[in-house]
Design a protein around this ligand. Structure first.
Ligand code: F6P
Length: 516
């Protein structure tokens, strides 16, 4: 299928013209005053998520041209290629099928080209959920320790925290990712071997951090009287043979067509399945599947992942904004910014296109953020009055799951106030109290934070990253940029022991000598 890179289309130049002739001086306050239908035109209902996009620096003509750009770049064909199972991860010759992990078994029919993969998905899912249920029923297991890093940590960790009000009482969840032994040591000192289940989560089962932590956990288990590694360790991996060689007999597999940062829906989601149970996990998959169907079938003009991804292009390549701030107004979503950082920055942080050609435009923005209202007392100063404009993405939840009077009303009033303040600003001739305003934000609204709505929210983010990556022409599904550091660390690990600095640059040599 043919993908045309965004900067090679005529529409790209058309967008540049729109930007120079009005786009860069666009004023939100004027736009609302001039257009009574602005909220309607710039809001979008998607499964389980409502989005108000109206406080963004975009007018109808620009939005229209962005849809044209998407069509010219072959976005729909590229999306369909992913859903057909084509090997769109071209640098690794792999299909991209994380969406299949949440596609119901009942969708399969005789013509299903992915019938084999679908059957495998549901076999592992069934086994993993049965195991999750057995762990839930096992009162002796009180502590579940997930050992994994990157996608084998951030997804399940974010989701278990997000759904804490659904977590089975009596079970505690710990996430150990860093090779820094302080992290594992701090967790281990609170555990008893007989009451602990270690989940070794690694797609490759070779990641040095995870293998180091897994070995130390097993040593701790055995030297503290733990008897049955088979009962107290399970592995979540595509490399079942390596897990078996490690001595783990309970393994749940997945496949090379699931990228690490897209793997929370696979066996990597086991901590979440234990936490919220089979039904909850199926609802999580169901919410994501509803968003998949929306992305797959809604016209571009009413397609929320498409609208968000196109806005990302407009901001990054025309306004040249270099970052996006994530402000979840729900404390349980406190790891959402970290999760989204990997999703966006590992997927689209590329400076060459899928053919290896250098790009002369910006790709992934920096993502960062803090939950509201905490962020208001730390980073929002810069968002309101700093020299850089940073689009903010608010995530708010209408109904709370606590009954403390007054809190939720205050929380929601604050998220509304921040979005309003960013936009309207405040004139003050004295300078220090002047708020320039006209600062853009998107408002994502969930009715409640449940497994279903969380699944939909995460799938929405996956697909919006697909959209921008697709137009930029990059391969959003590889991550070669993490490899060099891994290779150098291996060499330096030996040098740290021997003290050999030959051939090193003088900075690295000097630091190594100080560190020994
Ligand atoms: O180093 C990057 C990375 O490959 C991520 O893409 C991945 O999520 C993480 O490492 C962990 O990899 P694994 O699950 O194979 O241990």
């Amino acid at each position: 299928m043919e993908r045309i890179r965004c900067d090679r289309t005529a529409t790209w130049r058309g967008l540049q013209n729109l930007f120079t002739n009005g786009g860069q001086t666009f004023d939100l306050r004027r736009a609302f005053a001039d257009d009574e239908g602005r909220l309607q035109a710039f809001s979008q209902n998607a499964p389980h998520v409502f989005a108000d996009l109206s406080k963004n620096l975009i007018d109808r003509a620009t939005q229209q041209l962005l849809f044209t750009l998407a069509r010219q770049c072959g976005l729909e064909q590229h999306r369909d290629a992913m859903f057909s199972g084509a090997a769109i991860n071209t640098t690794e010759q792999r299909a991209v099928l994380h969406w299949l992990l949440r596609s119901p078994a009942s969708l399969a029919d005789g013509a299903d080209a992915l019938a084999g993969e679908r059957a495998q998905v549901h076999t592992v899912l069934g086994a993993m959920l049965a195991y999750a249920q057995s762990v839930r029923a096992d009162d002796a297991i009180t502590d579940i320790v997930n050992i994994g890093i990157g996608g084998s940590d951030l997804g399940p960790q974010m989701a278990v925290l997000a759904l804490d009000s659904f977590v089975l009482p009596g079970k505690r969840f710990h996430f150990v990712s860093n090779v820094d032994g302080h992290e594992l040591a701090a967790v281990l000192q609170r555990l008893k071997p007989d009451n602990t289940l270690f989940l070794i989560a690694s797609k490759t089962f070779t990641t040095i951090e995870t293998m180091t932590n897994a070995r130390s956990a097993r040593d701790w288990f055995e030297s503290n009287g733990g008897k049955d590694v088979g009962r107290h360790f399970a592995a979540l991996t595509t490399n079942v043979a390596a897990a078996k060689a490690f001595g783990i007999r309970t393994t749940f597999g997945f496949w090379d067509w699931v990228g690490g940062r897209y793997s929370v829906w696979s066996a990597i989601g086991l901590p979440l399945a234990i936490a919220i149970g089979e039904q909850g996990f199926r609802e999580f998959l169901g919410g994501a599947h509803a968003m998949d169907e929306h992305f797959r079938s809604a016209a571009l003009e009413q397609n929320l992942p498409v609208r968000l991804g196109l806005l990302d292009i407009w901001y990054r390549n025309f306004h040249r904004f270099t970052s996006r701030s994530i402000a979840p107004y729900h404390s349980a979503l406190r790891r959402l910014p970290a999760y989204l950082q990997q999703l966006e920055m590992e997927s689209n942080g590329k400076c060459v296109d899928a053919q290896g050609q250098a790009l002369r435009f910006g790709t992934a923005p920096v993502l960062w953020g803090e939950p509201g209202t905490n962020g208001q007392h730390a980073i929002f100063q810069m968002l309101h009055q700093g020299t850089d404009v940073v689009p903010v993405e608010f995530v708010a939840v209408k109904k709370p799951r606590h009954d403390l009077p007054g809190h939720h009303n205050l929380l929601l009033a604050n998220v509304l106030a921040q979005a309003q303040a960013l936009m309207v600003g405040q004139r003050d001739t004295g300078g220090h109290r002047n708020f320039p305003g006209n600062r853009p934000s998107t408002f994502l609204l969930l009715d409640e934070l449940t497994p279903t709505t969380l699944g939909a929210l995460i799938a929405l983010q996956e697909h919006r990253v697909f959209v921008s990556g697709s137009l930029w022409g990059v391969n959003s599904f590889d991550q070669w940029g993490v490899e060099l550091g891994k290779v150098l660390a291996k060499d330096l690990q030996v040098r740290m022991q021997t003290g050999d600095v030959s051939g090193l640059d003088s900075s690295t040599a000097g630091l190594l000598q100080r560190l020994r």
